[in-house]
Design a protein. Structure first.
Length: 501
């Protein structure tokens, strides 16, 4: 039986404690091959089919650095306003885990390739918070363990474990913030906004597919609390591998309320890793958190140091795309958006989706209305990110075009979108399968109008007498008869004609 965890009311947490955050984001690069060997860098596949002696750590196998990965690391560092090292090297991070076949991870320790940067983050109400970056360093990903037979999918209670080394050796950049202080009750929001802004930046750089659901972007959230009158940070916990923006916010908030309850009772926080439970938004204890000394770092003897020339760094700087913050400012000007309208787009993660829909032929107002209103509600009801909905900007633009051509009403268009979201095919296929096209044949509409007028002669008489507003009842009857597939404007015109008003 799971023990009940005491939590403190969030308002009381903020009144009594100051939260301190540290966020570590791991991003898998989209290079063709792995970090130190020629194996394919691809998600999925049959277990242990994308491996070789090097990424399996077999005796005598020697690593070779992926030049494209170094280029990606430098571009990330530049985009994060970091200094780029003139000389750095890899180290061996020693530990025993079954998903790391070499028993060490090739990483960077005290000599990262990028350091001392920052990223400005915009919160929901427009406030800008500067998050300082400690470092962005290169390393390799681990393999994956599959624990079979237990109730939770974790090793505790499992009957046996299976290992898949396909991911072992995939190029990783770990981006580590400096401590984030003085955010008060907005700490969970700041954490989510930072990861969201970082994801947008990495996507713009095209260095990763940033698929949090597939693990190519993962966040470790370090949280500690210090009493209002304290001068030293509290003991931190690290919630590992949080894989959605919503979960980052929930994990930070939960840890704040859990830690506060323990501290208020005179207890102490154990420095440990924790696991986030998607089902109920809680965290559970993992393992005791090691310190840097526990990993016994030492320089990797099989890899030469990296010394990017200043000329190369400046060449890479010229390849940086328009940054998301600058792009948003440009879009705001071009679409004539108010600050509030832009914030609405940002809050639901719709900027890129609206822009892509506009590129596919819709107007900014049309695209914005669909994404911010109808589709945002769909995403909320499914508890997923807007971009995870099973409809593309091109498909939405197709729906909008059908409305503008008079082939769909707004009501029918929403039904088409529901069909696309349900996996019934493209908008055109949904229209065909469900028979949703607007009835534009006047003969069919006239028949429906005449039938409705005959059924409500008193209403017909009112319209003849000049009370044109009464036509709404007839329009409603026709729309019902045609299952909403009639053009309401054309129906109204026919009603006026048929009664001779």
């Amino acid at each position: 039986m799971t023990a009940v965890v005491e939590l403190m009311d969030y308002a009381d947490v903020i009144e009594r404690f100051d939260p301190v955050l540290g966020l570590e984001v791991h991003v898998e690069l989209n290079t063709n091959t792995k970090m130190f060997c020629g194996c394919a860098n691809e998600f999925g596949g049959e277990p242990n089919t994308k491996v070789c002696p090097t990424c399996l750590g077999l005796p005598g196998a020697l690593p070779v650095v992926n030049a494209k990965a170094i280029e990606g690391a430098i571009r990330i560092g530049l985009a994060l306003n970091c200094e780029i090292a003139e000389w750095c090297r890899f180290a061996r991070k020693n530990y025993f885990y079954p998903d790391m076949p070499k028993n060490f991870q090739t990483s960077q320790y005290d000599e990262p390739i990028a350091f001392n940067g920052y990223l400005d983050v915009t919160l929901d109400d427009g406030e800008v918070v500067r998050v300082e970056i400690e470092r962005a360093h290169m390393e390799e990903d681990t393999g994956k363990s599959l624990h079979v037979g237990g109730a939770t999918g974790r090793i505790h209670g499992a009957e046996h474990s299976l290992l898949d080394y396909n991911r072992a050796g995939v190029p990783l950049i770990e981006i580590v913030t400096k401590t984030i202080e003085h955010t008060g009750g907005r700490a969970p929001e700041v954490a989510r906004a930072y990861v969201s802004a970082l994801r947008d930046l990495l996507s713009a750089l095209d260095v990763s597919d940033v698929r949090m659901d597939q693990g190519s972007l993962r966040c470790d959230a370090n949280v500690s609390l210090m009493a209002k009158d304290a001068t030293e940070f509290g003991t931190r916990t690290e919630t590992k591998n949080v894989n959605s923006l919503r979960s980052v916010e929930r994990a930070v908030r939960y840890e704040m309320t859990r830690q506060a309850a323990i501290l208020a009772e005179g207890g102490s926080i154990k420095q440990e890793t924790r696991h986030f439970q998607e089902a109920d938004g809680t965290t559970s204890s993992g393992r005791t958190k090691e310190t840097a000394e526990d990993y016994r770092y030492f320089p990797e003897p099989d890899l030469v140091p990296i010394a990017p020339s200043r000329e190369w760094v400046e060449e890479l700087r010229k390849t940086l795309p328009e940054m998301p913050s600058e792009r948003r400012k440009r879009i705001q000007r071009e679409w004539s958006l108010t600050d509030e309208a832009l914030r609405d787009l940002l809050n639901v993660g719709a900027v890129d989706l609206v822009a892509a829909t506009v590129e596919a032929g819709a107007t900014p107002d049309e695209a914005r209305s669909w994404w911010v209103n109808t589709l945002a509600q769909e995403a909320n009801s499914r508890e997923i990110e807007l971009a995870e909905l099973a409809i593309t900007p091109a498909q939405l633009a197709e729906v909008i075009a059908l409305v503008n051509a008079g082939e769909l009403t707004n009501k029918l268009a929403k039904e088409v979108v529901q069909g696309v979201l349900a996996g019934e095919g493209s908008p055109a296929e949904v229209v065909e399968k469900r028979g949703l096209k607007v009835v534009s044949d006047d003969s069919a509409l006239i028949a429906a109008v005449d039938e409705a007028l005959a059924a409500q002669p008193d209403v017909a008489e009112k319209i003849r007498g000049g009370k044109v507003a009464a036509a709404g009842a007839i329009v409603g009857a026709v729309m019902k008869a045609t299952k909403g597939q009639a053009d309401a404007k054309r129906v109204r015109e026919l009603i006026i004609e048929r009664v001779g008003a």
